[in-house]
Design a protein around this ligand. Sequence first.
Ligand code: BTN
Length: 249
Amino acid sequence: KILANTLFLGKDVYYLPDCHSTNQLAMEMLKDKKVAEGSVVITDHQTKGKGQRGNTWESQEGKNLTFSIILMPRFLEAMDQFQLNMVVSISILEALDGISTGLKVKWPNDIIHEVDGKIAGILIENIISQNKIESAIIGIGLNVNQRYFRIDTATSLSNLSGFDFDKHVLFEKLIQKLEFYYLELKKGNKKIIKEQYLNKLYRYQKLADFEDQVQFKGKILGIKDDGRLIIEKETGLQNYYAFKEVKFL
Ligand code: BTN
């Protein structure tokens, strides 16, 4: 039983030892209607975990956190989607505070260690109605105690620190942070969210290699309200990039 110290997030937790995907399950629950905002679906093992861009999300059974949260952010317009991405990214990073240095968010929302690779992925699926975000499924995969990965761009908290972690303690911290920042967003406090996001943004204001049509050197200057990345090229030219329009080299 999870006893999170929250107002609404994580009050209803649906645990399954196995499932295809917690995002998929949360979506089905939403369609059946009777689900409360803040409900969480959590599992030890996904057979068809979904990642961004149609990828699969692989996670060793029992070792990591894989869950989805149902939110109903009707106060957000469809074009404000990225606000939610920022809320989730900064909440994860704050929940992990003190575990390891070098934890960052790589735009738009990969949680990484700047040298060792990715430790968490976020997949947000929205249901839009009348231009408002009727509901949002916030899928989070956080690599906690898994030691070995098939891809060398992935790592975990235990690899970074040398310790194993109590998943429940992490989970509780995470939903507390999430509730806090989600309520800030609801209050319209967008500034603090953007500030925290930029604070933790990988390669923020650092000259680095990117690729759009060509390879170039540039600096991330910030984020547009719609989530586009602002990069200043070495030539002084500023560009706005939507998701997939720019690669980090
Ligand atoms: C990414 O590609 O970085 C996003 C990965 C998101 C994975 C999580 S695990 C829990 C939830 N259920 C899913 O099927 N996917 C998300």
